[in-house]
Design a protein around this ligand. Structure first.
Ligand code: F6P
Length: 323
């Protein structure tokens, strides 16, 4: 490998810039030429590719978003799109790729490297933390801390008004942000897609609290769950608890932005370094992850969205702590 390309793909996540910086500087350290590819796979097809130097990644480790921009490319899903992308890479002599993104981005990388002789390394960049093969993903820690900060503020006002608040956090169909931020903010109830919520039990719990005048109740709910969005859940709760003063807050994309936490900068730097090392030693078509605090490599085709049962024990603890 002598010339490598780096791109960010799918939803952005805080820490992607730190990962780009690590890839560029490790590559240059090893005498490689490193090219930035803008807007993910779209830039590969549109030939939006430029040579980077050490300076081009100065002063970005602390920034959210991605200097390379990102996109979800439909064209790259077609053989024709991938053929154009390959031609563009070949013309520049790029013979290795580092893809920072989620499982959709890795699927694209796997297909591409099966078709063409371009080794690909994936780095898990998503706030959802839903990738098999890594305990951590770049951006999760920042997103969950943003959620905690926002929910703490909501708690001030809900407490002042004796309200029941339903706060919806992101995660697509994973409940990690909800589980972690809910525990950390002392939520009375946490609703995640991985665990079925018994609505009757939830209503009984809230009714019992109402009876003993505990009117301040926080429900943190993950998007993509069994009740639809937070407004749908609010309708159900209002219908069953007419006296409750219910409000809804959907945190939304605020969770995707902002300066990455120390933790996210560290894992991004670590993974970025090992992405280049992997290309150099011929450990190809893997995702660099972290398991039990150690770098771990997973074949790209196994680094897919992870459906798992999370939080069973925590759900029990949450009930006890919030009683
Ligand atoms: O995968 C990251 C994520 O922020 C999810 O949590 C969310 O469901 C989705 O992306 C939102 O996507 P978009 O930015 O396209 O609205």
């Amino acid at each position: 490998v002598t010339k490598i390309g780096v791109l960010t793909s799918g939803g952005d996540s805080p820490g992607m810039n730190a990962a780009i910086r690590a890839v560029v500087r490790t590559g240059i350290y090893h005498g490689l030429e490193v090219f930035g590819i803008r807007r993910g796979y779209s830039g590969m097809i549109d030939n939006d590719i430029f040579l980077m130097d050490s300076k081009s990644v100065a002063n970005i480790i602390q920034r959210g978003g991605t200097i390379l921009k990102t996109a979800r490319s439909d064209e790259f899903r077609t053989p024709e799109g991938r053929a154009i992308a390959y031609k563009n890479l070949k013309r520049l002599g790029i013979d290795g790729l580092v893809i920072i993104g989620g499982d959709g981005s890795f699927k694209g990388a796997q297909t591409f490297s099966n078709e063409y002789d371009i080794p690909c390394i994936g780095l898990p960049g998503t706030i959802d933390k839903d990738i098999a093969g890594s305990d951590v993903t770049i951006g999760f820690d920042t997103a969950v801390n943003t959620a905690v900060e926002a929910i703490d503020k909501i708690r001030d006002t809900m407490d002042a008004h004796d309200r029941l608040f339903i706060v919806e956090v992101m995660g697509r169909d994973a409940g990690y942000i909800a589980l972690h931020s809910g525990i950390a903010t002392g939520a009375e109830n946490i609703i995640i897609p991985e665990t079925k919520t018994d609505i009757e039990e939830l209503i009984a719990n809230l009714t019992e609290k109402e009876k003993r005048k505990k009117l301040v109740n926080l429900i943190v709910v993950a998007e993509g769950g069994q009740f639809g969005d937070a407004n749908e859940l609010a309708k159900i709760v209002k219908g069953r608890l007419p006296n409750a003063d219910v409000r809804v807050c959907i945190l939304g994309h605020i969770q995707r932005g902002g300066s990455p936490t120390c933790e996210d900068r560290l894992i991004a730097s670590h993974m970025g370094y090992y992405a280049v090392e992997s290309l150099l030693i011929g450990r190809h078509n893997v995702m660099v992850g972290v398991i039990n605090n150690k770098i771990h490599y997973t074949p790209l085709n196994h680094a897919v969205k992870q459906k798992q049962t999370i939080g069973q024990e925590w759900m029990k603890i949450v009930k006890i702590l919030a009683s």
